[in-house]
Design a protein around this ligand. Structure first.
Ligand SMILES: CC(=O)N[C@H]1[C@@H](OP(=O)(O)OP(=O)(O)OC[C@H]2O[C@@H](n3ccc(=O)[nH]c3=O)[C@H](O)[C@@H]2O)O[C@H](CO)[C@@H](O)[C@@H]1O[C@H](C)C(=O)N[C@@H](C)C(=O)N[C@H](CCC(=O)O)C(=O)O
Ligand SMILES: Nc1ncnc2c1ncn2[C@@H]1O[C@H](COP(=O)(O)OP(=O)(O)OP(=O)(O)O)[C@@H](O)[C@H]1O
Length: 504
């Protein structure tokens, strides 16, 4: 991979990003790209970016072979450099060019939403993978999959990667034969210009509720909504939940760049594609889709579908994925089979037991998702006792504590409060803060700080029709404690180990 420096400069100029440049050789070519001084920089272009960037990082990078640096201010006069007015946009633009604009070789389907991005992306991935084996990449919060071999699958650090990493991984996917990419786009991706310059073939908007508002994320809900709706402005075809909050604003954003014919609304009613629940068991849901107008009828998706995951919200996620897959020309039978076999790590995974009820492991980790999850279980299984093991993280999302208390009071029979990524706080304090807000006349509450012991206690004391929910951690393999990622076997592994002990 390479990039001519004069080409980089003219690209920046075209996008009104260039402030000035000082380059000793016009024909200079860079064969390396980086924003991290710890990496090799031989003959490279280095980006001085980030809230915590320090001049010494550039000096370290220079000792490792940087030829040109890009920054918003001059750090070193002696070295070739390009000064820009927006380093994040410059990073995205030049990374795309450096990696040969891999986005042009991919049909890209992107989803945003406060909840359901990962789930919907996995559903879509499973369907596309059946139709186009070895040609589908997935960039999700959980895994990034850039090819068919085991070494092409790795854990993600961010929901949407930094632009350089995004284009590098797109390039890897294309090299490995990918023609389709399914990805999650977070509001932060737009806030930080990680997807600057990208036009998506399909953009899906699932929902929006207040979340991710705080010092390091969005200053206000308005800013959160503004960033989220950018996905639709930057997508050719749009898929929108008719019942999302802020529907009018979201719909108007889609209309800015797409005709009505390129906008598909899905929902429980008043949509182009209406969803009707048919039947739910403890392990799957059956629902029906019905096109209500000519545009939707052309997708030819009417009929019944079976999903191997419960939760009425998952029917919505599935509907969005089905519409996307049909637009991408996936056959009906691949959609049906893909959906039936789809599994999403840590999202509504269920474990059947012989004598200790049914266990769900789910990533619900704020009021809206916990309410959706427990509300659904309460309605579907009115005779069951709903028993929840949950904790809330330290040093972030403090409002979740009150949110969990509210959701538990509204929809749970029993709860054990425990540890979940306490960071620099005392997990006992966090549990106390959740506990204080629970209405104890409605919920039996206990606190057991050690998470595996909390899970054991809940499983051992459950039986018959009880439903045990291990919430908020999903398949997270760490507990973040005092700045260290302490390995944690995952809730699913712990629950299965306990069952082996007590049920054989
Ligand atoms: C606030 C924010 O968006 N921060 C992101 C941003 O950080 P930044 O650009 O400010 O960089 P920084 O961490 O301050 O570091 C400064 C720079 O110095 C460089 N450096 C640092 C040390 C060194 O020795 N040498 C060196 O060169 C670093 O490589 C970096 O370029 O860019 C970094 C990647 O380059 C991200 O890791 C980081 O995400 C933070 C940690 C994060 O977790 N953000 C969350 C809020 C987020 O983005 N979440 C959304 C999901 C939200 C949802 O669920 O909807 C996501 O998309 O994941
Ligand atoms: N459409 C939805 N509406 C409400 N809750 C949902 C929806 N889809 C999933 N959930 C709940 O939210 C949890 C997280 O789902 P998922 O990981 O798919 O969302 P996400 O948008 O990727 O979340 P995050 O941004 O927190 O990573 C699930 O475990 C489930 O409890």
């Amino acid at each position: 991979m390479s990039l001519r420096v004069d080409k980089a400069i003219s690209l920046l100029k075209e996008h009104d990003l260039l402030v000035s440049s000082q380059i000793s050789d016009d024909k200079e070519v860079v064969t390396n790209i980086s924003y991290n001084s710890k990496e090799d920089q031989t003959d490279g272009i280095f980006f001085c970016k980030g809230n915590n960037f320090k001049a010494e990082y550039l000096q370290q990078a220079l000792t490792k072979g940087v030829k040109v640096y890009v920054a918003e201010k001059e750090y070193d006069k002696e070295v070739d450099h390009i000064i820009v007015n927006n380093i994040q946009k410059a990073l995205a633009l030049l990374s795309a060019a450096y990696f040969g604009n891999p986005e042009n070789d991919l049909f890209i389907i992107a989803f945003t939403g406060t909840k359901g991005k990962t789930t919907t992306s996995y559903f879509t991935y499973y369907m596309l993978k059946r139709a186009f084996p070895d040609q589908v990449a997935l960039f999700s919060t959980v895994d990034r999959i850039v090819g068919p071999k085991p070494e092409d699958k790795f854990k993600s650090d961010l929901t949407t990667p930094e632009s350089l990493d995004l284009f590098r991984d797109m390039h890897r996917a294309v090299q490995n034969g990918a023609k389709y990419l399914v990805m999650e786009v977070s509001s932060q991706a737009y806030k930080k210009d990680r997807v600057y310059g990208l036009t998506f073939d399909i953009g899906g908007f699932l929902n929006i509720t207040p979340d991710h508002i705080g010092e390091n994320e969005h200053p206000t809900f308005a800013d959160y909504l503004y960033c989220k709706k950018q996905l639709l402005i930057n997508s050719k075809v749009n898929i929108i939940n008719r019942q999302t909050n802020e529907f009018e604003i979201v719909h108007a954003a889609a209309k800015e760049t797409s005709s009505d014919y390129q906008i598909y609304l899905f929902g429980r009613k008043d949509a182009d594609v209406n969803i009707t629940s048919k039947e739910t068991t403890l392990s799957d849901s059956i629902f029906e889709l019905n096109a209500t107008d000519k545009k939707a009828e052309e997708l030819d998706l009417n009929g019944e579908y079976k999903l191997g995951l419960v939760g009425d919200f998952n029917e919505l996620n599935a509907a969005a994925a089905i519409i996307a897959a049909r637009i991408a020309k996936v056959d009906h039978k691949d959609i049906v089979e893909g959906l039936r076999s789809a599994r999403v790590p840590g999202r509504m995974e269920h474990i059947n037991t012989k004598n200790h009820g049914t266990i769900f492991v789910d990533y619900a980790h704020n009021y809206a998702s916990m309410k959706a999850l427990l509300g659904f279980l309460r309605e579907e299984y009115p005779k069951s006792k709903i028993k929840v093991v949950v904790g809330s993280p330290g040093n972030k999302g403090v409002s979740r504590r009150e949110g969990f208390a509210k959701a538990l009071t509204e929809s749970a029979d029993a709860a054990i409060l425990t540890t979940d990524d306490p960071a620099f706080e005392d997990p006992a304090d966090i549990c106390r803060q959740i506990d204080e807000k629970i209405d104890h006349s409605k919920v039996d509450v206990k606190t057991i700080i050690d998470r595996p012991s909390a899970i054991r206690e809940m499983i051992e004391t459950s039986s018959g029709d009880d439903i045990v929910v291990l919430a908020a951690k999903g398949d997270d393999p760490y507990q973040k404690i005092k700045g260290v990622d302490v390995p944690y076997p995952t809730d699913t592994v712990i629950a299965k180990g306990i069952l082996k002990d007590i049920e054989g």
